[in-house]
Ligand binder design. Structure first.
Ligand code: NAD
Ligand code: UDP
Length: 317
């Protein structure tokens, strides 16, 4: 098949590109490189089945020839980006999603939206099931991202209902692995690079807030299964192993042998509204897609630490 992947030069997108290229598909990446990098695709630069188009999907675009599927991943995704790039985030998830749905309609292509656990805000239901409607602060620092993604889901369903576009919605929970940006501010790049430098790990607040971390290969497997299925969704994809941030920090320090420990720091102002608990209910993914995560936290972290070790060396940091 021929698949368009928006955001294909980003962390998750580039792994999805690898998976479809390995399956023998033709891949067209559309990315404006605002948070992504050509380096994430450098290993595939000579692949005859890969085309990279540098373009902001918040602006109209056309792609020549047939398109069978669109995976719409374009969007900054780190809480640091929520503050730095709120208007770009609102535009890419509204106008960008609108343009890509228009392409799906015109080409008769299947359309998959990369949505997020942020749809649930600071959840009052635990673990989060897909039918929970969420607890979102529209005005807080995370509001632009959360509401942008909620709009993206709504317009995706509107195109499905009004125009019969064949759609899929995946709600992605915290995912980690190689090709995360060193400076993207998310907890995995921060903790792993601090740990490799022998510095204390900066856990925010009391460090008792929880997250559930999914290795990127498992996420990609879930996305590919959802795309190939007849399930509209939404479907949560995430690893239900829930850990406090302090416990997560301990696991990383144990892996790298960092003796510097953990330094609790007040929650930064830009982190106001930090969800206190997050864990996916994956019953739907398991029963409808036969999906479950396979990579253990220690395996995934070991692969991630190895990758960041090389990155730090390359960056001379
Ligand atoms: P990322 O920042 O590494 O990748 C996003 C990619 O989209 C980048 O390559 C960026 O340049 C591109 N992009 C952004 N705006 C664009 C625009 N207007 N036009 C074209 N390209 C644009 O982030 P990621 O972690 O790989 O996230 C990918 C997707 O998955 C996002 O939609 C994100 O919301 C979603 N998601 C990710 C996670 C996670 O834990 N990584 C969790 C929930 C949801
Ligand atoms: N966090 C932390 N120290 C850091 C970065 C993040 O304690 O240096 C915490 C953050 O407050 C949040 C969790 O780690 O509770 C996950 O943050 P991340 O930015 O990775 O993703 P989020 O789930 O908040 O979108």
């Amino acid at each position: 098949m021929r698949i368009v992947i928006t955001g294909g030069a980003g962390f998750v997108g580039s792994h999805l590109v690898d998976r479809y290229l390995a399956a023998g598909d033709d891949v067209v990446v559309v990315d404006n490189l605002i948070t992504g990098s050509r380096r994430n695709l450098a290993h595939a630069a000579d692949a005859p089945r890969l085309t990279v188009v540098e373009h902001d999907v918040s602006r109209p675009l056309s792609i020549d020839g047939p398109v069978d599927a669109i995976a719409h991943l374009a969007s900054p995704a780190s809480p640091i980006d929520f503050l730095r790039l709120p208007i770009q985030i609102l535009k890419v998830n509204s106008l960008g999603t609108y343009h890509m749905l228009g392409m799906a309609r015109a080409k008769g292509a299947r359309f998959l939206l990369a949505s997020t656990s942020e749809i649930y805000g600071d959840p009052e239901v635990h673990p989060q099931t897909e039918d929970y409607h969420g607890n979102v602060d529209t005005l807080g620092p995370r509001g632009a991202y959360d509401e942008a993604k909620r709009f993206a889901e709504a317009i995706t369903m509107a195109y499905h209902r009004m125009h019969g576009v064949d759609v899929r919605i995946v709600r992605i929970f915290n995912t980690y692995g190689p090709r995360m940006r060193l400076d993207d501010g998310r907890v995995v790049p921060n903790f792993v690079s601090q740990s490799l430098r022998g510095e204390p790990l900066t856990a925010f607040g009391d460090g008792e807030q929880t997250r559930s971390f999914c290795y990127v290969d498992d996420l990609v497997d879930g996305i590919v299964r959802l795309m190939a299925s007849d399930v509209v969704g939404p479907v949560n994809i995430g690893n239900p192993l829930e850990l406090s941030i302090v416990e997560f920090a301990r696991r990383i320090n144990a892996l790298t042998g960092n003796p510097a420990g953990i330094a609790l720091q007040p929650l930064p102002a830009e982190r106001t509204g930090d969800p206190s608990r997050r864990c996916p209910d994956i019953a739907r993914a398991t029963s409808l897609l036969g999906w479950q995560p396979r990579v253990s936290l220690d395996d995934g972290l070991a692969r991630t630490v190895a990758w960041f070790r090389d990155e730090l060396q390359r960056a001379g940091a």
